[in-house]
Design a protein around this ligand. Structure first.
Ligand SMILES: Cc1cc2nc3c(=O)[nH]c(=O)nc-3n(C[C@H](O)[C@H](O)[C@H](O)COP(=O)(O)OP(=O)(O)OC[C@H]3O[C@@H](n4cnc5c(N)ncnc54)[C@H](O)[C@@H]3O)c2cc1C
Length: 392
């Protein structure tokens, strides 16, 4: 039912306007209010916190359906649900959940995630934004770059440095939930992106932004661990979404290969075209199994950092390859925006960069395989799915 509902929304409401939104580099105004109305923005969170009471697999299925139509729809889920709301669900106090998580899960407040800075991407320890404690407040300063929904969001889960002198620079970071209407906050959009043009990506600058201590998520010094656990959830949405993109490439390629004729027969009869389609089938099935395994592990309350990284790395590389081959199958027509596949190719590139570049995921996987890396239990883990708790 979730899949059908999300599919109908994406296919019937967004698909007819997506090409124009992509051309105009604008997110359609109805997208966020409609996703909120349909409950998609709180899909895997308990009813108690304004969510829909579904499990984590439902989140993956929704992301797959959204990205079949456009990556920008899934990006909303990655930042609003995966990187922000699920982190609050995992790390926030009860009071913070009531105050920040509930309106987010209800879709009344839109949420984003501010980790990356102009000089700190893959290397989170290079973050220079600061959070200085002054009595019962913190004063936040710094600039975040490449932030999805920067100009649309009401809340930002923001990571800055509380202890510049920490021996290990990772341990000097802390996380805050910041309302973006506070004095000292400015935001802007980034224009001229290669892909995700129907989505919103921008920057957020803080100049002496005062927040009360209740806005700090977790303990002082836990910011790095919180940020990494956010990525365990965000990467799951990216993996499931990229699976949807592979499906979109496959469906478009099959359609075109049966329409287009060359050398007296449909190009679907050419073995080299068939090889590309077979590879897309293989990639889709593998990506789907990898993300469903992660969804199942989250439901069980099992740590899934390694499996999530693998699912994200595989699905995003495979979707980039599938989109490239889909353009090839379309020949010159794939090179124009008359067909969707050129948008798929541009959109697929972002996902091999954000939420851990493919190189970073290769380092992670090698680290696990070689025994250089193990996961230690967190002070707070993402709660295992429990249908009674979720619907209570
Ligand atoms: C469309 C889009 C949306 C985004 N949304 C968000 C968001 O909502 N919130 C947010 O915080 N960030 C967001 N980002 C930022 C994204 O997470 C970063 O771009 C990403 O982490 C990579 O950082 P970087 O761009 O600074 O690249 P860098 O870290 O500078 O890397 C540059 C190159 O060097 C390679 N490299 C770096 N370190 C190593 C290493 N140790 N070994 C081998 N190779 C290495 C990388 O793989 C890459 O190829 C977004 C980015 C994009 C493009």
């Amino acid at each position: 039912m979730v899949q059908k509902m999300v599919r109908e929304f994406a296919q019937k409401e967004v698909s007819p306007v997506i090409k124009e939104c992509d051309r105009q580099q604008q997110m359609a105004e109805f997208v966020l209010p409609r996703m909120s109305e349909l409950g998609i923005l709180g899909i895997c969170l308990p009813l108690k916190y304004g969510g829909q009471g579904m499990d984590y697999i439902a989140l993956g299925l929704a992301c797959e359906e959204l990205e079949v139509v456009d990556t920008s729809l899934r990006v909303v889920m990655s930042v609003h649900v995966g990187l922000n709301s699920m982190a609050l669900f995992q790390w926030a106090t009860e009071e913070q959940k009531q105050r920040f998580l509930t309106p987010q899960a209800q879709g009344k407040k839109i949420a984003c995630f501010g980790l990356t800075e102009p000089g700190a991407g893959s290397d989170v320890s290079a973050i220079v934004s600061t959070a200085r404690r002054e009595g019962e407040e913190y004063v936040l300063n710094g600039e975040k770059m490449w932030i999805s929904l920067a100009t649309k969001a009401h809340h930002c889960l923001w990571v800055g440095r509380t202890n510049p002198k920490a021996a290990d620079s990772h341990e000097g970071l802390s996380a805050f939930l910041v309302e973006l209407d506070r004095t000292g906050v400015t935001t802007g959009d980034i224009h001229g992106k290669l892909g995700v043009r129907a989505g919103s990506t921008g920057w957020i600058a803080f100049q002496d932004v005062h927040v009360p201590v209740i806005n700090r998520i977790g303990e002082e010094g836990e910011g790095f661990k919180i940020a990494m656990s956010c990525l365990d959830n965000g990467r799951y949405t990216v993996a499931s979404g990229a699976t949807g993109l592979i499906r979109a490439c496959l469906e478009a390629s099959i359609r075109y290969a049966k329409e287009r004729h060359a050398f007296g027969r449909e190009i679907a009869r050419m073995q080299l075209v068939q090889q590309k389609i077979a590879k897309m089938v293989q990639s889709y099935e593998m990506a789907r199994l990898l993300y469903l395994r992660v969804g199942w592990m989250k439901n069980q309350g099992l740590r899934n950092t390694r499996e999530t990284s693998l699912a994200k790395w595989f699905a995003t590389d495979a979707s980039n390859e599938a989109a490239n081959e889909a353009v090839q199958i379309h020949g010159a027509y794939g090179y124009s925006d008359e067909y969707d596949v050129e948008r798929y190719l541009r959109n697929s590139k972002g996902a091999v960069i954000y939420e851990g570049t493919s190189e970073i995921h290769q380092l992670l996987q090698a680290g696990y395989a070689l025994g250089f890396r193990t996961d230690v239990p967190l002070r707070r883990e993402l709660p295992a799915y429990d249908p009674i708790v979720w619907s209570g």
